[in-house]
Design a binder for this molecule. Structure first.
Ligand code: GDP
Ligand code: ZN
Length: 448
């Protein structure tokens, strides 16, 4: 299928030493010639002047040409490496549009790569997750998925399902042999192994999902109880980073630190005050939306004073399902060792941010709530992958129940296997509806 030509600035907006424009389409040599007066050699860097319609030079830089199918998208791809100024990049992009390209939609290059079989859906998503990675651990596991480890694991499960299905289909015509068949094929043992493997992959993907999305923590505490001190302490030696989540701007109400590679997204309720400022109000409304999706509320109090009325008021507005950790800070100022704090709900921890006492307890508690237990072999994953894996698990369990029922109905058995396979196929994109693809790729950045 002949695709139209798309172009986009692939480098981040703003100033930079180099700016890259990526173009993908079919038959791009005439395009390159019109732009530079040169015919680039495949996969060589060609020094060229990028020319406007009137022949004036817009910029000079490197021209790269990747002929189909050996390119990122599987189509002809051109890369223009110019100087990374916003104006010169816009001029160069404008020239590409004049030459017949159209502006690429977000994720359109990756979408074409997927449609042309250069990578499967899980790999394409890993590209976006690598770009959005909030910690080094998240980036490492995204690369693992990008290189196909996740997809290969899914592929192995698939191969076993197919094997079993072929055996079943071959027997379906001879109903009187059903029970013998199931025994002979060791259907039970195979299903058991499948379940074990599925559970293992579900676990690794669950850890990957955690690395990708992190733990969302609502921080509650009066001024001066030590919130900033505690966050700095928690971030510890690991680089404390602040990353805007894709598509949103960073604001004072949120910050991201990491513990053990897990992004910890902190929503600070100190900013949730009454205000007449329209912009601030929008920010506050958004913060409340995020609180709806949070995992934990971390209540910080001065160990000498305990929970304040103002704390109780704001806690009362939190969703009830949130887990709660109450942290009694500044225990270094207590005359005697802290008594255990009986809490009606949640967990209490006594520590001193300033004196660095008890911080590890809190760190461990947060990791426990997050469900983190693995550091190696994780592949980045998303909620939709976990849902698909869970669905596959359900169908394999149903297939096993049929085998165990004593009156095994092979048609039903085969159908459950087919459904399990289909669920796995949604992960790699074999069985993914077009509208879902649209949603997935629209969240990518432009130029990717
Ligand atoms: P925030 O307003 O809640 O962010 O509180 P800060 O982190 O800015 O801390 C307020 C003050 O309390 C600062 O002077 C900190 O040095 C001090 N502080 C924080 N944690 C401790 C602690 O564990 N012990 C003592 N003695 N002082 C602390
Ligand atoms: Zn502070």
């Amino acid at each position: 299928m002949k695709q139209d030509t798309i172009a986009a600035i692939a480098t981040a907006p703003g100033r930079g030493g180099v700016g890259v424009i990526r173009i993908s389409g079919s038959n791009l040599l005439p395009f390159a010639f019109a732009l530079t007066g040169k015919t680039p050699k495949a996969r060589y860097a060609t020094l060229a002047d990028f020319r406007a319609g009137d022949g004036a030079t817009i910029d000079s830089g490197l021209l790269l040409y990747f002929p189909a199918p050996h390119s990122f998208t599987g189509e002809d791809v051109l890369e223009l490496q110019g100087h990374g100024g916003p104006v010169v990049m816009q001029m160069l992009l404008g020239r590409c549009l004049d030459l017949g390209a159209r502006l690429a939609e977000p994720g359109e290059f990756s979408r074409r790569a997927f449609l042309n079989g250069k990578m499967d859906l899980a790999q394409a998503e890993a590209v976006a997750d690598l770009i959005d990675a909030a910690t080094a651990s998240a980036a490492r596991s995204a690369v693992r998925s990008l290189q196909g480890e996740f997809s290969r694991a899914i592929g192995e499960l698939n191969a076993e399902l197919i094997n079993l299905r072929m055996l079943v289909e071959a027997t379906l015509d001879f109903p009187e042999e059903e029970i013998d068949f199931l025994k002979a094929a060791d259907a039970f043992g195979r299903l058991e192994r499948l379940q074990r493997k599925l559970a293992e992959i579900f676990d690794r993907a669950g850890q990957g999902k955690l690395l990708q999305s992190g733990l969302h923590v609502v921080l509650v505490g009066q001024p001066n109880v030590g919130k900033s001190s505690l966050l700095n302490r928690l971030a510890g030696d690991e680089l404390a980073i602040v990353t805007p989540i894709a598509g949103t701007t960073r604001d004072a109400l949120r910050s991201t630190i990491q513990i053990a590679g897990i992004p910890l997204h902190i929503i600070d309720t100190a900013g949730l005050r009454e205000t007449d400022d329209e912009v601030e109000r929008i920010g506050i409304a958004r913060t409340w939306q995020e609180i709806e999706r949070a995992d934990v509320v971390l209540l910080l109090v001065d160990a000498r004073a305990g929970i304040a009325d103002a704390d109780r008021a704001i806690l009362a507005r939190m969703p009830e399902r949130l887990q709660r950790i109450t942290v009694h800070n500044k225990i270094d100022l207590l005359a005697q060792a802290p008594e255990r704090h009986p809490e009606s709900d949640g967990i209490a921890i006594s520590l001193s941010a300033k004196a660095n006492l008890g911080i590890d307890l809190l760190r461990q508690e947060l990791l426990r709530i997050a469900g983190w237990h693995q550091t190696e072999d994780v592949f980045i994953a998303r909620e939709r992958h976990l849902r698909a894996l869970a669905s596959a698990q359900g169908h394999v369990a149903a297939a096993r129940a049929i085998v165990e029922s004593g009156f095994p109905a092979l048609e039903l058995f085969a159908e459950e296997l087919r459904l399990a396979q289909q669920a796995l196929g949604e992960i790699t994109g074999e069985f993914t509806a077009d509208d879902l693809l649209g949603v997935i790729f629209s969240r990518f950045c432009i130029g990717k």
